[in-house]
Ligand binder design. Structure first.
Ligand SMILES: Cc1cc2nc3c(=O)[nH]c(=O)nc-3n(C[C@H](O)[C@H](O)[C@H](O)COP(=O)(O)O)c2cc1C
Length: 201
């Protein structure tokens, strides 16, 4: 049982080589490009001895943040909304590396991922945030063959600001083109970049 903030954070301080990696999948398509890239990254990480957990956000009951700030006032590290997030917070806090993975929808990351990110407000602690100093990475896939036109840079800047807010370590971003079909699987450069990202974890 996890009782205190110290307990919640302890696992990321233990063990030098093995990392706990939590991947947030913001795509609704179980066999889509994002899921494929997450699968490839997970395979490499597991081979390296890391522990990988993937959250398919689309399948989880995650309600929008209500902006009530109860989490700031006597309701620490939890949300007054009784949905999936309260059981996810301990997992988030127990992770060494958080990977935000999403397709680009309308020039930004998906709403599924945004709901999750908004709800991280509940992990506010006195003078900072419980995720301060954690490691982060991102994976983005888009339909446009021109990355500039796809909107991926908006998503990248948005996550970059979140990571900066957490005073986190940004390990890297892997992004590339994938259509409605599974075209990312043909993109060897992308797979190579995933391997390089895995090496940093
Ligand atoms: C609602 C919606 C909005 C999209 N908006 C964009 C966009 O702004 N830029 C882009 O390049 N692709 C856009 N796409 C294409 C997806 O990013 C692309 O098909 C991606 O590979 C889907 O990832 P998935 O296979 O993991 O679901 C959009 C797709 C949908 C369904």
């Amino acid at each position: 049982m996890i009782d205190t903030e110290e307990d919640l954070n302890s696992s990321h301080l233990q063990g030098e080589s093995m990392s706990k990696v939590l991947v947030m999948n913001g795509s609704p398509r179980p066999k889509g490009n994002t899921a494929y890239l997450i699968g490839e990254l997970s395979k490499v990480l597991v081979e390296k001895g890391h522990d990988v957990e993937v959250l398919d956000l689309n399948d989880l009951d995650i309600k929008p943040c209500q902006g009530c700030f109860s989490c700031y006032r006597g309701f620490p590290l939890r949300c007054v909304q009784d949905d999936a997030m309260n059981s996810l917070y301990p997992m988030v806090l127990g992770s060494d590396v958080l990977v935000f993975a999403s397709p680009i929808y309308w020039f930004n990351y998906s709403a599924q991922l945004k709901l999750f990110v908004d709800r991280l407000v509940a992990l506010h602690v006195e003078g900072g945030h419980a995720l301060d100093g954690r490691k982060f990475a991102s994976i983005f896939v888009y339909g446009d063959t021109d990355s500039e036109a796809s909107g991926v840079f908006t998503a990248m800047e948005s996550v970059d600001r979140v990571v900066s807010y957490f005073k986190g370590v940004y390990l890297g971003i892997v992004h590339g083109t994938g259509g409605d079909d599974l075209t990312v699987s043909d993109n060897e450069m992308l797979l190579d970049e995933l391997g390089k990202l895995a090496d940093k974890i």
